[in-house]
Design a protein. Structure first.
Length: 117
């Protein structure tokens, strides 16, 4: 699993444009390259999967086809913000549940979980 704090810091530098339902163009704040992210909700909204066509994303897809790159984090944050909510990302479901209280916890893959506020 990658360092979630570094991923979030990098994600905050990206420019995000929603191009369709669950489809995002993410322009890297570092390189200026644009990448394409697809978000898919799991059954009952308990998980979200992301694919990205960045170098990391195409070479590190996990068994559930979810990618944990900063571009996918940026897309998830944009999706959540569009729905009027905010989110906190955690390494591990246990850490997320401990911080969440009664707030919903969504599994993002690769050991990363999202708490929705």
């Amino acid at each position: 699993m990658r360092n979630i704090q570094n991923l979030e810091a990098n994600a905050s530098k990206h420019s995000v444009v929603k191009v369709g339902d669950g489809l995002y163009d993410i322009t890297s704040g570092g390189s200026g390259n644009t990448y394409h992210v697809v978000l898919t909700l799991g059954l009952a909204g308990e998980s979200v999967r992301a694919t990205c066509d960045c170098k990391w994303g195409t070479s590190h897809r996990h068994y559930d086809h979810s990618v944990m790159c900063s571009h996918s984090i940026a897309a998830v944050k944009a999706e959540i913000a569009e729905q009027g909510a905010s989110a906190a990302f955690f390494s591990g479901v246990g850490n997320a549940r401990a911080a969440a209280g009664k707030q919903p916890v969504v599994k993002f893959g690769d050991g990363i979980s999202v708490v929705l506020y």
